[in-house]
Design a protein around this ligand. Structure first.
Ligand code: ADP
Length: 316
């Protein structure tokens, strides 16, 4: 059996650990392993290279992905996917492990329908894949956000400011609420909480009235312009305010212990699913257990919002 591995969509710390586990597990079972560079784009362009044990040495502890990642809108077209399938068939590759988010899962399902068995592993810092409790990269990105917000807290306190911090997570507020709780933010704004400016001004003004020295507001990306928000908070409350966008630093860095272990387990597990001759499967973590379910079923799982929102202390 020959299997390929690729990373696709937004990168996440821990992807390398997953790649290593896929390759080394495949080799252990006597399979040939192939790395596909630059995601589905590279698959269409034929960037497929055989990998040996040493090719995935010294990568487990590195952020990013040695295989590179990309986005290719045209992969939704059957004619484009057919080129990818032909490239795989030419090399005799029967099956693929893909590591990425929702979009990557859809690509994997479409490829499975065209005769290439695919197993998908959740790799995204956003934790926005509902079928798994945690995605590879989430806790590393969370540590990065926490480190940055802790630093902002130092200066926020010194200068008696209101600090507005934008955290990643376009469709899922987990990075915001987890970092908000961990850093003692007074206000967290995500898609789940909704965005009510008047309410924010009320809370910040109240904080000022009770003599609170400084404040931290965590805002998920894509909600509002945090620089504008900081300006308006200053006008309404009297707190001098500053905004910071954490941005892409959250995507990189050394994967945490949790992400290394999760990725290693999922990579190895994905190969075992392919060895059973299964395709169109998504690997998921439920508690300490690793399982697999149909990709379509995985995509259909309704998102449950973390109960951490209930634990955010109220200002009044
Ligand atoms: P993520 O996997 O992180 O959610 P994207 O949404 O950008 O990132 O998806 C990654 C890639 O998956 C896309 O660039 C595209 O090549 C492929 N993809 C996304 N949706 C589909 C689809 N419906 N059918 C086939 N391929 C898709």
């Amino acid at each position: 059996m020959k299997i390929g591995v690729l990373t696709s969509g937004g990168d996440a710390p821990g992807m390398n650990a997953a790649i290593r586990a896929v390759v080394r597990t495949a080799l252990h079972y006597g399979m040939e392993a192939y790395g596909i560079y630059d995601g589905y784009k590279g698959l269409v362009e034929g960037k497929i290279v055989r990998l040996g044990r040493n090719d995935v040495g010294q990568i487990l502890n590195h952020g990013g992905t040695i295989l590179g990642s990309s986005r290719l809108k045209e992969f939704k077209e059957i004619a484009v996917r057919q080129i990818a399938v032909d490239n795989l068939k030419e090399k005799g590759i029967d099956a693929l492990v893909v590591i990425g988010g929702d979009g990557t899962y859809r690509g994997a399902m479409a490829l499975t329908e065209m005769g290439i068995n695919c197993v998908a592993i959740p790799g995204t810092i956003d934790n926005d894949i509902s079928s798994t409790e945690y995605t590879i990269g989430f806790f590393t990105a969370l540590d990065t956000a926490i480190g940055a917000i802790d630093k902002l807290r130092d200066t926020s306190f010194s200068h008696q400011r209101c600090t507005v911090v934008e955290v990643m997570g376009r469709d899922c507020g987990d990075l915001s609420i987890y970092s908000g709780i961990a850093c003692g933010a007074e206000i967290v704004i995500t898609r789940e909480t909704g965005f009510n400016k008047e309410n924010i001004f009320k809370q910040v003004t109240y904080a000022k009235s009770i003599g609170k020295r400084h404040l931290i507001i965590v805002v998920a990306e894509n909600i509002t312009d945090v620089f504008e928000l900081a300006k308006e908070v200053e006008e309404h409350s009297g707190y001098e305010s500053r905004a910071t966008v954490l941005g892409h630093i959250q995507r990189g860095g050394t994967p945490s212990a949790f992400d290394r272990i999760l990725a290693s387990k999922m990579g190895s597990y994905a190969v075992s699913v392919l060895r059973q001759g299964l395709g169109g499967q998504a690997v998921c973590a439920r508690g300490i257990e690793i399982k697999h379910i149909d990709i379509q079923q995985a995509l259909d799982v309704k998102r449950t919002v973390t109960d951490l929102y209930d634990y955010l202390p109220k200002l009044n």
